[in-house]
Ligand binder design. Structure first.
Ligand code: G4P
Length: 514
């Protein structure tokens, strides 16, 4: 048994597709010794695709729909640190999966393509981070290529995200004349080696930098705020690292920055309380459930972010949704290439708990069953579709499937108050394709999605009398979600505003706490 516990850093990478997230992940894992050859992350992706043939869509579109966890360890100033990297689906469509992954991390790296700047989806993810006060380190990737003026990128980050930016690494001569990366903290320069322009690990302390660049980096150093730990942790400032994932520039410095600055496991709100990592029992919450990882079993893996205590294998935890304890005999820890049964886990760690559908996204798990974590929202769907069965005798199967899949967080389901077909809601188009393909593959239900008259949904809260009144007059626009909660189905955002004004006693909420 180990006597001392490594500090944890639990983080995610957010980026636009093609910005270099996969490449950066791979380099981070290489540096951490978790994989040994470049290409393994991609290869692993292929192996996983081959295995999870239930998810035809992954193969058809060559994308990974599901996110996972990668753990690696690296020494920082004489202390081993455990890094938990949560992968988010690398596709332009957001699913709730992506959003929820961000509920389970303590910080994030935002990867930007030096030539392209911030794309709208990245901005959306950034906003989710901000909503949850998740601090962000910015990595401006691909500086080995011809790109935009780095000042332009800095100013864009500052303007678009309303953040202070503080450059920490600076590209010397971006593009064809690339001379290397200057580390403002140490004053050292990492230079390209030979023609490959690859960084091979040598850093020069008193490197001479071609004169034409001196003024530029001095300006960069003097013209922006200094790094301020508190401002970063509050989400008011982002340190910016220019680098190249492919050529390995700035990657080591990035890990160093996560070790040095990124916050340790955070307390999690539970109503009025804040549960800190040293709380006197094991607690955690489920942020993701993945069904049918193995086509031979109908098992699910629930991913738990541990909030407090030291978990030991076999421990009994009570899920808030169930009320009676379950023994966690085979908790899974995720490594780059492998999954392992975990004997112990600490706050900040993610463990996978196999189950038969008892664990739901948003559930709290705890030893004493006294607290409930809050702040794990459902997001108002942006796309709503009516589900039309091809074979009307399969109503029951469809209902079961929709309930299951909404429990898993693939979709949200709304049952109109006055009959009619079920309506599914998603925040990204891709979720709909996943839905159809899984209905067929797993539930043998053939269904089609049709336009619905609704554009968005709002969860209703308020005094019973006001709710009853509203219900009486708006039956055609009301539905109940999987938990039976009342939802206003709006034909347009204008509709929401109109009803809000007309019904001041009611709250029209775009998120719902699970
Ligand atoms: P993603 O996961 O964010 O979608 O991006 P990914 O890492 O797959 O990278 C997208 C493309 O950008 C890849 O090229 C990758 O090699 C390239 N790339 C990533 N980092 C850098 C960098 O620092 N410099 C340069 N010049 N290129 C970089 P590809 O041709 O699409 O894929 P592949 O043929 O290399 O696999």
């Amino acid at each position: 048994m180990s006597t001392s516990v490594n500090p944890r850093r639990t983080f995610a990478i957010i980026s636009h597709p093609d910005a270099g997230k996969t490449t950066l992940t791979e380099k981070l894992l290489l540096q951490g010794g978790a994989i040994h050859l470049a290409g393994e992350v991609k290869a692993r992706g292929q192996a996983r695709r081959a295995r999870s043939d239930w998810m035809k869509i992954e193969q058809q579109r060559g994308i990974s729909v599901t996110s996972s966890v990668m753990t690696f360890e690296k020494e920082h100033e004489g202390q081993a640190i455990t890094f938990n990297l949560l992968d988010t689906p690398g596709h332009e469509d957001f699913s709730e999966d992506t959003y929820r992954t961000l509920t389970a991390v303590d910080s994030a790296i935002m990867v930007i393509d030096a030539a392209k700047g911030i794309e709208p989806q990245t901005r959306k993810l950034f906003e989710v981070c901000r909503l949850r006060s998740v601090p962000i380190i910015t990595f401006v990737n691909k500086v080995d290529r011809e790109g935009r003026d780095p000042f332009e990128t800095l100013d864009e980050v500052a303007d678009m995200l309303a953040l202070d930016v503080s450059p920490q690494m600076w590209p010397i001569g971006m593009g064809g004349l690339f001379e290397g990366i200057l580390d403002f903290r140490t004053g050292e320069v990492a230079r390209p080696e030979g023609d490959s322009k690859e960084y091979l690990g040598k850093r020069e302390a008193n490197a001479t930098i071609p004169e034409q660049y001196v003024e530029e980096y001095e300006l960069a150093q003097a013209g922006y705020p200094e790094f301020d730990l508190e401002a970063y942790r509050n989400g008011d400032l982002t340190p910016v690292y220019f680098g190249s994932a492919l050529k390995n520039f700035g990657v080591e410095e990035l890990i160093d920055a996560i070790a040095r600055y990124a916050p340790p496991p955070r307390p999690q709100p539970a109503g009025e309380q804040q549960i800190t990592p040293d709380h006197d029992e094991v607690t955690g919450f489920i942020f993701k459930v993945q069904a049918n990882m193995d086509p031979m079993h109908r098992d699910r893996i629930a991913f738990m972010r541990q909030v407090s205590g030291t978990f030991k294998r076999g421990m009994k935890l009570t899920p808030s949704g169930l009320g009676k304890p379950i023994a966690v005999h085979s908790p899974i820890l995720f490594f780059a290439q492998d999954r392992e049964i975990a004997d112990t886990a600490e706050p900040g760690d993610i463990i996978g708990i196999p189950n038969h559908g008892t664990l739901r996204v948003g559930d709290t798990l705890s030893e004493k069953n006294q607290i409930r974590f809050t702040g794990l929202p459902n997001f108002a769907p942006e796309i709503l579709r009516r589900v039309q069965l091809r074979d009307p005798t399969k109503t029951k199967q469809l209902r079961k499937a929709l309930d299951d899949l909404s429990e898993e967080g693939v979709i949200q389901v709304f049952y109109p108050v006055i009959g009619g077909s079920s309506i599914v809601g998603v925040v990204g188009q891709l979720q709909l394709e996943v839905l159809i393909s899984r209905l067929e593959a797993e539930y043998k239900v053939e269904a089609a999605l049709e336009a619905s008259p609704f554009a968005t949904a709002r969860w209703l809260k308020g005094p019973d009398a006001a709710l009853d009144d509203f219900e009486r007059f708006n039956q055609g626009n009301l539905a109940r979600d999987r938990d039976g909660d009342l939802v206003f189905m709006a034909k347009s955002p204008w509709d929401v505003g109109y009803q809000e004004e007309k019904n001041p006693d009611l709250k029209f909420s775009a998120t719902k706490e699970r």
